[in-house]
Structures are given as structure tokens and as C-alpha cells.
Design a protein around this ligand. Structure first.
Ligand SMILES: [Fe+2]
Ligand SMILES: [Fe+2]
Length: 332
């Protein structure tokens, strides 16, 4: 999901070494991108473009993979069989998104092992949203509705991003994300129309997830080194603030329909702008979570590392099987 905040850290990379590129090839590359042509793995590309994409796609993959953890915690506690089956499918989808994206990044010349190592050692980042805990069942509704909803806002423009394998992965991912958003909203609808205790649980989840969801779009445009380069290369197609505003405009009427209150006293429809005005985001909290100080950041990384280590025998067995098969085919 969840890449905009991470893009900010990539901007510095893009300033690198363009003057060392062959000017003719660079001009031809930029003309193709400007014409909305897709760049494919075997095409020539500037080194800074390749590096920026490796970071962006791998961080996106890490976010999908770590994103399985907050909801995975609730699979055994889903309130009925239908909810359990839906949640299992949803968490599995996120694992699949991670795999498409790791595979897309590998086409740029980095290995899966290098990416995983960067995540586990803390060098690579993932979206801040997954460092918040899931305290009640209503959090599963709020995550689908708000977190997957914000992911869709971020990801729809990426279907037209300039790197072909990334853009094509996003087409499929976006279809699944919209199912995720709807299943979350349906949980919220059930709770909001349930008993007083259920309604309170839904409101509490909205109270806790609203602001971190707005942070998913990354820092405000004025603090975001949104270089002309990134836009010119069609890696970024809409600004953080534009996407955040879109999300607020779409989501507030959905909260109204649920009979829930968005926890922002400054939230107000602005007739003149044709948008909702909303209150200030706590950027100190955002940067603290980016630095790894999120409420459950340590637990998340411990769980990922354990899953990787526990899965070693499966990877070894698959590699041994592939080798044996290869030898058999060669012998035939
Ligand atoms: Fe996803
Ligand atoms: Fe999702």
C-alpha cells in the first residue's frame, strides 16, 4: 500500500549523478516518459531513476508484508466464520501484493535477500501506519475502511507510473484494495448499527485511526522536496496534499453515513473551495513514528524476522526441489 511518505526520502537519490549520464540517451528516455510510454526492465534508464524505483518499490513491498501483522492478530478472534474467511483472504492478498512488488523490484537488479536484509536491519522503511496496535475488532473495520481507503488514493495514480512492471502490479493490487476497503466499511456499518457498546467500539476505532490515516499521505507539500524531476519522470503524479484532500472529501460523508464523528473539531465543508477544511496534523508524532518510535514498531520487526527464520526450511526445500528437477530435466 502506502508509499507517499516513503517517496520523500527518495528525492535525494534523484539528484545523483544525472550529469554523468549520456545526454542523448537521457533525452530519449525523458521524451519517452513525457509521452507516457512505459519503461521496461531491459530498456536503458538513468541510474538515479533505477535507484529511486528500487527504494520506492521495495519500501512499498515491505509495507504490504508488514501490513499483514496488525490484522493477522485478529484472524483467530474474528467474530464469526464469515468474517474469519474474509479476513484470511484479505491478509493473504496483502502477502500477494508484497510478492508482486518484490518481483517488480527484482527486475531492476536487486535480490529478494538484499531487500529483506535491509528491512530486518532497519535500513529500509515501511509505512508508519503499521506501527499502531489493533486493540479491538472494530480496528479491523477501521483499517479496511481508512487504511486501505488511503492506500487506494495513493495507488490509483501509480497505475500510470512510468515503470511498466510497477504500473502493472498496481492495476491488480488496486482491484483487491477496493474489496479490502469495502469489507472494512461493512464491518463498521454492522458495528455502527449494532448495540451501544458496538457503536462505541466503532467510534473509538475511528478516533484512533483517523489521524494516522491522514499521515499516510506523507508530509505537507511545503515540507516535501517534491522535485520537478520526480514529476517529470512520472514517478509521482499527484502531491501529498492533493491526495490527502481527496481522501478527506471522500471519507467524511462515509463517516456521516455511519453516524460516526470524525475526531476533528475544525472539520468543516468549505463551500467556496468545494472541499472540506480540516485541522492540523501532529507532524511530530509522524516523524517520531518514521524514526521507529511507533507504539508497536519493535514487535512488528521481531514478528517479521521470526517469520523469515521459521520459513527457512520451506525456502531450502523449494530450492532443493528446483535443483533436483533441473537435474532431471537436464538428464532427459
Ligand atoms: Fe495491499
Ligand atoms: Fe489492502
Amino acid at each position: 500500500m502506502y508509499t507517499t511518505e516513503l517517496k520523500e526520502r527518495n528525492q535525494a537519490v534523484q539528484g545523483l549523478s544525472l550529469e554523468r549520464e549520456d545526454p542523448e540517451r537521457l533525452a530519449a528516455f525523458e521524451a519517452r516518459v513525457a509521452a507516457d510510454d512505459f519503461i521496461e526492465p531491459k530498456d536503458w534508464m538513468p541510474e538515479a531513476y533505477r535507484k529511486t524505483l528500487i527504494r520506492q518499490i521495495s519500501q512499498h513491498a515491505h509495507s504490504e508484508s508488514v501490513g499483514m501483522l496488525p490484522e493477522g492478530n485478529w484472524i483467530t478472534r474474528a467474530p464469526n466464520l464469515r468474517r474469519k474467511a474474509i479476513l484470511l483472504a484479505k491478509v493473504q492478498d496483502e502477502g500477494g501484493h508484497g510478492l508482486y512488488l518484490y518481483a517488480a523490484a527484482e527486475t531492476l537488479g536487486i535480490t529478494r535477500e538484499e531487500m529483506i536484509e535491509a528491512l530486518h536491519s532497519g535500513r529500509a522503511k515501511y509505512s508508519t501506519i503499521f506501527n499502531y496496535p489493533t486493540l479491538t475488532w472494530a480496528d479491523i473495520g477501521a483499517i479496511g475502511w481508512l487504511v486501505d481507503g488511503a492506500a487506494i488514493m495513493n495507488q490509483v495514480p501509480l497505475q500510470r507510473t512510468s515503470y511498466g512492471p510497477y504500473a502493472r502490479a498496481m492495476v491488480r493490487i488496486c482491484k483487491e484494495e477496493s474489496f479490502h476497503q469495502r469489507q472494512g466499511y461493512e464491518i463498521m456499518m454492522t458495528l455502527a448499527n449494532g448495540t451501544d457498546a458496538q457503536k462505541r467500539m466503532a467510534q473509538d476505532a475511528l478516533d484512533r485511526w483517523w489521524w494516522p490515516s491522514l499521515m499516510m499521505f506523507g508530509p505537507p507539500d511545503e515540507n516535501s522536496p517534491n522535485t520537478a524531476q520526480s514529476v517529470r519522470w512520472r514517478i509521482k503524479r499527484e502531491t501529498n496534499d492533493e491526495l490527502r484532500q481527496k481522501f478527506v472529501d471522500v471519507t467524511v460523508p462515509q463517516a456521516d453515513a455511519l453516524g460516526l464523528v470524525v475526531p476533528d473539531p475544525k472539520l468543516k465543508w468549505n463551500e467556496e473551495r468545494g472541499h472540506y477544511d480540516f485541522g492540523d496534523i501532529d507532524w511530530d508524532e509522524f516523524y517520531a513514528v518514521v524514526r521507529g518510535e511507533g507504539p508497536v514498531a519493535k514487535e512488528r520487526m521481531t514478528a517479521r524476522v521470526k517469520a523469515w527464520e521459521d520459513g527457512k526450511w520451506v525456502r531450502d526445500a523449494a530450492a532443493a526441489h528446483a535443483e533436483k528437477r533441473g537435474m532431471r530435466i537436464a538428464a532427459e
